[in-house]
Design a binder for this molecule. Structure first.
Ligand SMILES: [Zn+2]
Ligand SMILES: [Zn+2]
Ligand SMILES: [Zn+2]
Length: 599
């Protein structure tokens, strides 16, 4: 939650010590608003139900900069509590409006049969509702799904909890915790459990509220805890990879079976102890050794290999031999292949979730058209960074920005793998793709020796002969170690389209599909972050209605967004190639432009 800014607040303006105590300076001010007294503990204002009149009063009493002139500390705490009650009231209003949308988006019954309902709320609604909410509130699709589900729950199954939210007794988080805890119960059991806890909720923290709800669940359904666990193993099973605060990566599993997870945790600890005993991480904390053990187990690095490698590194360190302080060769085989097709890096985050910020920083366009170099799987590095001409950050899908040194290291690692595929994407100053070429082994240099020096210089130089008409010429990309690749740069249609890769059938050709993936980057629904490689190529104007199979009519759509786009009331158009305009059943429209790569 963000705090509102407090203009003009400085150290010198703090209240004098003693303000607010009986007889304190603030309490005796003659110009203070008489309504403040009601907000002292036990006063009528302290428990006043949240509504628009309360909001108006609080705004007036809080005053400019929220300085709450004249209020005692006791009254200040009263105002704080009522602002919180207003938050809950506003949340209840938001959920109430969501319920009206649920009614309006009720899924039509099959052959005139009514779909089951709880009171006036239907039990099923159109899949596109999540998309409408996600785009309108700028939240992820899974978050929209949860919010819609909560809105339904708080009237259909747990109206008492809904009322406690509306009157400010609990906040949205606590309401969500209760709904989650009681979700495995049938309607009748849920009603019983709700009755058990409703009177106990005031003044409880979210953790305490969760325990109350879990106890009530056990009381009305002793098997509930087991059902809940089994459902979590089924519904929450996922491995997530993301960029954590500070730029390091995080990798976590959810919905794990408890026995196997306990065994895995014990294995990590045992391996870490082994490293400690063997001195494999001098100076490393146990947490650092556990991280090493965790990754080694996942990457199939044996304890013996790790310990031998650590011993080697130790010798090099103590020997101070400049020759051996180069990254050791065998390390390559232990590293994940960042650029390899289907390699360990090839796991994009799930649809609409988990994607960190991608590219898109409004970088300073000092270099004008800056070619960016992309390892095709998940790594984008500005060419200037590789060539040592600049220090601009790279990016990895789901990883967000990578600092220049890390980007160079990852690119060097990828260059050491024969499985890496390289593409060169030229962007304009805002990071939008304008030209692209896929690197292929240079034909006349088929016998280039394998790379020896991972830290050797990169090069990107004009190739022999002129480029194709309308193209951007042929270039040679030299990887560290001397391997040379040929790159034919051609335009990517983002403003106009000469239909050069149009296919006359329904299916796009490989080049067209790839160019659209590079241009769009991700699913073209604005709040969906499914990587374009995992998306369908979809026609904005359907092929059977005359839509071209071309970059100017094609876009990346995740399977889910593709289904929604084809459902009742939705349309997608491309006002310009690469600009996808989605119109919802409510008539609102949202436009997603081309991918903005880091520049
Ligand atoms: Zn390519
Ligand atoms: Zn076209
Ligand atoms: Zn999507």
């Amino acid at each position: 939650m963000t705090q509102p800014p407090v203009p003009g607040r400085g150290a010198g303006a703090e209240p004098a010590p003693g303000a607010g105590l009986p007889g304190g300076a603030a309490g005796r001010r003659s110009d203070r608003d008489a309504r403040l007294a009601a907000f002292a503990q036990g006063g009528p204002g302290d428990s006043r139900p949240p509504n628009s009149a309360l909001a108006e009063t609080l705004e007036e009493l809080s005053g400019p900069g929220w300085r709450c002139d004249g209020a005692t500390d006791d009254e200040l705490i009263g105002l704080l509590g009522r602002w919180q009650a207003l938050e809950s009231w506003a949340a209840a209003g938001k959920l109430g409006v969501l319920r009206e949308l649920i009614r309006r988006r009720a899924r039509p019954g099959i052959r005139g049969q009514d779909i089951p309902a709880h009171g006036d709320l239907p039990d099923a609604w159109e899949e596109g509702l999540d998309h409408e909410i996600s785009a309108a509130l700028a939240i992820s699709l899974p978050a929209a799904d949860k919010l819609v589900g909560l809105a339904w729950d708080l009237q259909a199954r747990l109206p008492g909890v809904g009322a406690k939210l509306a009157d400010g007794t609990i906040d949205l988080l606590k309401a969500r915790i209760i709904a989650d805890e009681l979700s495995v119960l049938d309607d009748e059991q849920a009603a019983l459990a709700e009755k058990l806890i409703l009177g106990e909720l005031a003044g409880k923290t979210p953790g305490q509220v969760g325990r109350l709800a879990a106890q009530a669940e056990c009381t009305v359904d002793p098997d509930g805890a087991r059902k809940r666990r089994e459902r979590a193993e089924r519904d929450e099973a996922r491995v997530r990879f993301w960029r954590d605060h500070g730029g390091a990566a995080a990798l976590a599993g959810y919905g794990l079976p408890t026995d196997a997870a306990l065994a895995a945790h014990a294995s990590v600890n045992a391996r870490a102890e082994e490293y400690k005993a063997a001195g494999a991480g001098p100076g490393a904390t146990m947490d650092q050794l556990r991280v090493l053990a965790y990754l080694d187990l996942l990457n199939s690095v044996s304890a013996a290999a790790r310990i031998a490698r650590a011993a080697g590194a130790g010798a090099a360190q103590s020997g101070g031999d400049p020759e051996t302080s180069q990254p050791p060769g065998p390390a390559d085989s232990e590293n994940p292949r960042y650029g390899g097709p289907g390699g360990p890096g090839d796991g994009g985050p799930r649809d609409g979730d988990g994607g960190g910020p991608h590219g898109g920083g409004p970088g300073d366009a000092a270099g004008g058209s800056v070619p960016a170099l992309a390892a095709r799987v998940n790594l984008t590095v500005p060419l200037a960074t590789l060539l040592g001409l600049g220090d601009r950050p790279g990016a990895g899908h789901g990883l967000g920005p990578l600092d220049p040194d890390l980007a160079r290291d990852l690119a060097a690692t990828a260059a050491g793998s024969p499985h890496s595929q390289w593409c060169v994407t030229m962007t304009d100053s805002s990071g939008v793709t304008i030209a692209h070429g896929c690197a292929r082994p240079a034909r006349n240099r088929a016998n280039t020796p394998p790379p020896r020096n991972r830290d050797g210089p990169w090069a990107f130089t004009p190739g022999d002969g002129p480029g194709p008409p309308g193209g951007y010429g042929t270039w040679v990309l030299t990887l560290p170690g001397g391997r040379e690749l040929t790159v034919k740069l051609g335009p990517v249609p983002v403003t106009g389209c000469d239909h050069r890769h149009e296919s006359h059938g329904y299916q796009p050709g490989d080049t067209l599909r790839h160019l659209v993936e590079v241009r769009d980057g991700e699913c073209t629904f604005p709040t969906c972050s499914r990587h374009a490689r995992g998306c369908d190529f979809e026609h904005a104007i359907p092929h059977d209605q005359g839509g071209r199979t071309c970059a100017c009519n094609g876009g990346a759509r995740s399977r889910k967004c593709h289904r929604v786009k084809q459902s009742r009331g939705w349309t997608v158009t491309q006002p310009r190639p690469g600009w996808h305009r989605w119109t919802t059943p409510a008539g609102r429209s949202y436009t997603q432009g081309p991918m903005q790569y880091q520049v």
